[in-house]
Ligand binder design. Structure first.
Ligand SMILES: [Zn+2]
Length: 132
């Protein structure tokens, strides 16, 4: 049953391609079971325990573009709030389980996004050997 799986977004695909070209191997849309909740980061480096999310500006309320709709507020407000709460909860659970979490806004340019991921990946120099 994959019919309602969300489509990959362009920034997500570009970031994955770029990381792949740089020699990084990862799993995409990999579901992590954290006991009380399941999270599905967009890009997961299982060996290094690094989870990357590429967040849409609207749904995840980016400070620059995540302006709340002024029509049908009663409808949007709780939906958007739930998304943000779920993000925070997921981040907290991941951190508690020893994961490093990277959140990238869909509006960030590719070099910035790649830089952010690589910085975290290479931050733990003891794991350099699993780079292919
Ligand atoms: Zn944005």
């Amino acid at each position: 049953m994959r019919a309602n799986r969300r489509a990959d977004t362009k920034p997500e695909v570009e970031l994955r391609r770029a990381l792949h070209r740089l020699g990084y191997r990862y799993r995409k849309d990999y579901r992590l079971d954290l006991g009380t909740a399941k999270v599905r980061p967009d890009i997961v480096f299982t060996a290094r325990k690094v989870a990357v999310f590429v967040d849409g500006c609207f749904w995840h309320a980016c400070p620059e573009h995540g302006r709340r709709p002024t029509v049908n507020e009663w409808y949007w407000e709780p939906k958007l709030r739930r998304t943000i709460e779920r993000d925070r909860n997921g981040d907290a659970l991941l951190s508690a389980a020893g994961w490093r979490v990277i959140r990238i806004w869909e509006h960030q340019d590719l070099p910035t996004a790649i830089g952010a991921v690589i910085e975290v990946l290479e931050g733990g120099s003891e794991h350099m050997s699993d780079r292919r």
